[in-house]
Design a protein around this ligand. Sequence first.
Ligand code: AMP
Length: 177
Amino acid sequence: MSPSTDRGTVEQFLRAVPDFPEPGIRFWDLTPVLADAEGLAATTRLLSEPVADAAVDVVVGIEARGFLLGAAVAQALGLGIVPVRKQGKLPAVAASRSYDLEYGSATLELPAGVLAAGTRALLVDDVLATGGTAAAASELVESCGAHVAALSVVLELPALSGRARLGDRPLHAVLER
Ligand code: AMP
């Protein structure tokens, strides 16, 4: 499928949920996209194809939708996946970072012993909003001496200027809203 056909497939299933999880927030819900076989295949192609030629050693999936997307991307690229998890979920932690969300705040943790120095990581998540999550995950990866080769997200919300939080780390967004 061409990228424009694949983008049309993703847009067809993408769902905007008003006032979730708080009044005034428009939540972009990928659940119907991922529940459809062609939606999942199109999303996986769109997230992985732009980085297929880049030197990437491992995928890092950001909790929780980044796990679903990241595992599919890792399979497509022939790579493994490392989860960046919310605080308290990992039995062995290499590093933690706290950050602000579009709504609230959170702490992310990187598992110990799975990301060697010099590894080139592709970070995957569903939505880039304020960029706090992606920036914190990037800092975790870099705190181990690994590199952020690129970040791939399905949806970027440019009005929230999240891209600016990422500095010169390459960001690939499938769609903007
Ligand atoms: P941020 O740190 O503000 O870039 O927020 C990104 C994280 O929060 C991602 O992991 C998203 O899953 C989630 N998120 C933030 N805003 C939204 C939104 N409007 N719709 C869906 N997910 C969102």
